[in-house]
Design a protein around this ligand. Structure first.
Ligand SMILES: NC(=O)c1ccc[n+]([C@@H]2O[C@H](COP(=O)([O-])OP(=O)(O)OC[C@H]3O[C@@H](n4cnc5c(N)ncnc54)[C@H](O)[C@@H]3O)[C@@H](O)[C@H]2O)c1
Length: 413
């Protein structure tokens, strides 16, 4: 049986959240065991190849070489840890309701190995009550001995992949625990890694704050997506309107339209909130309406792009530029570009895509910018994509990113 050591952190899930947390903790002097149940990913990480853009291979290799970090799929190694953080996906199921099976599996897998006085923190995004309703009962029922005392807290991750400014260290972290002793332990842990830790009165406040943050983005993006359609139908450039409104020094925050919302957070987390509301007999109509507006956006974009093509063209060739859900990452989870492509195909278009950060997507490979097309849709402005060269070849471009201003042949969404 392994003996628990101080300043040893076990992180369950080595993805966009878990691996950057591991590197930040190492910088703060922790030893880290990065646990992931996807063995191919564990091997890749241990061979020094980072699976996420925010961590370079050289940073990962330095961490491995220092002996402070190792990835593993062996859950028994959590017995060595004084702190265990859970950073696993919390997606939606086929009914677009919370799927907490991975979180449940993670809690089940660590529980038999927790040591006395271990702190367990959930960082995965979920509805208020998840720590108390799922993680604590699971761990308490499966821990090696009843006498083992475990501390519990919730500290939802706020990482913004691809962000050059905000990271694990300088983004303030909310910490809410189940009792004073857990709060002290969790606060001290995050204070050792982050510049600012902020105590809130319960795990539920921390969990709800995370959902509020992402729902705030969802509804504002939906508002601007709807507003864009209103402006476009009157020939008004919405970006000029947003710039004009942004001159107001208070009470306004600019959001930009786009193909929709994607990634693991913005399209999903608000639905955790609507589900939670309905479980409590409440309604969250405003959030549901915002979700519906964003879901319709890919079709609107497709129609706008096809309107730029000569109507005599039976099967127009459409090139989609950027398929990741946002610039600077190769993450295609929940990308609204999938719906855009499906809708274009359903309209009889021939569709190809180009994205320097994505090598394979939906079993298809990218084309280069020479692919002959009738119209291009700039969906995500990836670095290293010379879109202006396309415009110079006389190709019509629908720019959904507001990045090609005053370029001939470019229409802004
Ligand atoms: N990606 C983001 O921008 C972001 C930002 C803030 C919060 N979050 C939240 O953080 C959580 C993790 O998201 P992510 O983007 O890091 O996901 P990810 O898919 O990038 O990584 C999760 C990892 O967990 C592993 N995993 C799944 N189930 C497991 C289990 N039972 N045991 C061990 N490993 C397991 C997967 O193999 C994967 O490598 C989610 O709740 C997400 O909503 C994500």
């Amino acid at each position: 049986m392994s003996v628990r050591e101080s300043r040893v952190l076990a992180i369950i899930g080595q993805g966009y959240v878990g691996l950057p947390l591991a590197m930040a903790a190492i910088d703060a002097g922790w030893k880290v065991i990065g646990i992931d149940n996807f063995e191919a990913k564990v091997s890749q990480i241990n061979s020094g190849i980072s699976p996420v853009e925010d961590i370079s291979d050289s940073q990962l290799q330095a961490a491995l070489a220092s002996g402070a970090y190792r990835a593993s799929s062996d859950f028994s190694s959590v017995a060595k840890a004084s702190v265990i953080t859970i950073c696993v996906p919390t997606p939606l199921d086929e009914n677009r309701e919370p799927d907490l099976s991975l979180l449940q599996n993670a809690a089940t897998a660590i529980a038999p190995f927790v040591s006395n006085e271990t702190l367990i923190v959930n960082e995965s995004t979920s509805y208020p009550g998840t720590l108390r309703d799922i993680i604590i009962p699971t761990v308490d029922s499966l821990k090696p001995k009843d006498s083992i005392n475990v501390y519990f807290a919730s500290a939802p991750e706020r990482v913004n992949p691809g962000d050059p400014v905000w990271n694990q260290k300088n983004t303030p972290r909310l910490v809410g625990a189940i009792d004073a002793a857990s709060q002290d332990k969790a606060f001290a842990f995050y204070e050792s890694i982050c510049d600012f830790a902020i105590s809130v009165s319960s795990p539920e406040v921390a969990e709800a704050a995370k959902l509020l943050e992402n729902t705030f983005r969802l509804v504002n993006i939906a508002l601007i997506n709807e507003f864009t359609q209103l402006c476009a139908s009157s020939g008004i450039n919405v970006h000029e309107v947003i710039d004009a409104a942004s001159s107001k020094p208070y009470g306004f925050m600019p959001f930009r339209p786009g193909v929709g919302v994607g990634g693991h957070c913005i399209p999903i987390d608000p639905l955790y909130l609507t589900w939670w509301a309905s479980k409590k007999g409440n309604k969250a109509d405003f959030i549901s309406a915002a979700d519906a507006v964003n879901q319709r956006m890919p079709r609107y974009v497709a129609k706008r792009a096809l309107a730029l093509v000569d109507s005599s063209r039976i099967n127009p060739r459409v090139l989609i530029l950027g398929v990741a859900y946002k610039p600077g990452v190769g993450d295609v989870r929940e990308t609204p570009v999938a719906e855009l492509r499906d809708y274009l195909l359903a309209q009889g278009a021939e569709v190809a895509w180009h994205d320097p950060l994505v090598s394979i997507w939906n079993d298809s490979e990218p084309v280069d910018l020479e692919w002959k097309c009738d119209v291009a849709i700039l969906a995500t402005k990836q670095p290293g994509m010379n879109v202006k060269a396309l415009a110079e070849r006389g190709i019509q471009i629908l720019d959904c990113t507001n990045s090609l201003k005053n370029v001939a042949g470019v229409t802004a969404l």
